[in-house]
Design a protein around this ligand. Structure first.
Ligand code: GLY
Length: 403
């Protein structure tokens, strides 16, 4: 299919439903110096048979949006019946993205400080060496599909903000005025109530501040963000927000029966973030990384820690050097722990005051779910020939990030 025809087909598909179903045409691109571009009908470059397996965060198994399958089940079914591996993963995460009960991603994800839901996503197609992402996207329930369109239809890797929305609109994605649900809106109002009113900068005040910042602007900004984070974490402590939703994210990593590897990460990002803040989830190498010769890693948790340490790329590089998925994940968690030196990011024990979770697969289908903090309740999702299930996450540190 020619690219122009493909765009037309995708847009026509979008006109009849809220989510355009983008098939994956092979993009004509040379695979190395002097090589011929792949023919448009070329299949993914398969390597060898392996046992298919998917790993993900628990959103991928606990949310079905009223349907019969969770994200990980939908994706596994797709890859075992020969769907393109990335198409299958994206179709999977579209389920929790559209589930209003899931507060960490897509529709009903917790909004930014102004009460606006802004979504981030990125994905990588191992065999085709495609990657795409969007950040700060408003009004589209399924940012992962927009990220896939970035990878498929352009030579860009990342489109942000208004540009991402216009890109989605041009492809026929439905643009909603507001992705809040009643519940996410109520939680935002509660957060506003908890933020010390003396430190509150409402959007108008911020605009006025931009015109006349005043000498105390940096100090006020810092005070506001300390108060904003404290108010958000107090809502986690009080059980109003699931800790998984505060930095809520869904990340799904897959190895197909042919040994091909893909990954997709999607999120509404840090709850109550500064408008425009992008975390790790749209950034290749930080919240997601795939190398078809080696493996994949995806993450949930405090995105800034993954941005600073380029965690997912690092995990894949450690696996390339021979480490198992578990050891590679633990090595990066130790690095994050050692790099967390600012007191305001530490708990009373001087350890990271946040959680971070990695979902990791290698080419052979070995997998691991590891976290900065493990607990009896913490789990990750796995799906293979034995079915979909939750398995315990292994923690680097004991106790809670808030101890
Ligand atoms: N890991 C999601 C975020 O920090 O935005």
């Amino acid at each position: 299919m020619k690219r122009r025809d493909f765009v037309k087909t995708a847009a026509a598909g979008a006109a009849v439903g809220s989510v355009p179903v983008l098939a994956t045409p092979a993009r004509a691109r040379a695979s190395g110096p002097g090589t011929r571009p792949a023919s448009p009908a070329a299949p993914a470059i398969h390597t060898r048979a392996t046992r298919p397996v998917l790993v993900a965060d628990v959103s991928s198994i606990r949310f079905r949006n009223g349907g019969p399958e969770s994200a990980i089940e939908r994706a596994f079914r797709g890859i075992t019946v020969g769907e393109d591996i990335l198409d299958a993963c994206v179709a999977g995460v579209n389920i929790p993205e559209q589930d209003p009960e899931e507060r960490g991603i897509g529709y009903g994800g917790l909004p930014n400080a102004d009460g606006v839901v802004q979504l981030d996503s990125c994905l990588m197609h191992g065999p085709r060496k495609w990657a795409g992402g969007v950040a700060g996207l408003e009004g589209v329930k399924t940012p992962s599909l927009v990220a896939k369109a970035v990878a498929e239809l352009t030579d860009h890797h990342l489109i942000v903000g208004q540009g991402a929305q216009e890109f989605a609109r041009a492809l026929g994605f439905e643009i909603h005025d507001d992705l809040n649900t009643e519940a996410s809106r109520a939680l935002w109002l509660e957060w506003r109530r908890r933020v010390d009113p003396g430190h509150w900068l409402d959007p108008e005040e911020r605009l006025r501040g931009r015109e006349r910042p005043g000498q105390d602007a940096p100090a006020r900004m810092r005070r506001f963000h300390d108060a904003a984070l404290a108010a958000g974490l107090s809502m986690v402590d009080d059980g109003l927000i699931d800790p998984n939703s505060f930095w809520g994210t869904t990340s799904l990593e897959a190895v197909s029966p042919d040994g091909d590897i893909c990954g997709v990460t999607t999120t509404s990002g840090l709850s109550w973030k500064i408008p425009g803040r992008a975390g790790d989830s749209p950034i290749l190498g930080a919240g997601q990384y795939v190398d078809n010769d080696v493996g994949a890693a995806g993450s949930t948790g405090r995105g800034e820690a993954n941005l600073y340490n380029l965690s997912c790329a690092m995990i894949v590089e450690f696996m390339r050097q021979g480490m198992s998925p578990r050891d590679a994940g633990m090595a990066v968690l130790r690095r994050v722990r050692d790099n967390t030196v600012e007191a305001r990011l530490q708990n009373s024990r001087g350890l990271p005051g946040f959680d971070l979770r990695f979902f990791i697969v290698n080419k052979a289908g070995d997998y691991a779910g590891v976290a900065m903090y493990g607990s009896a309740e913490s789990a990750f999702a796995v799906c293979d020939e034995n079915g979909a299930r939750e398995e315990p996450l292994e923690g680097l540190l004991e106790g809670s990030p808030r101890d």
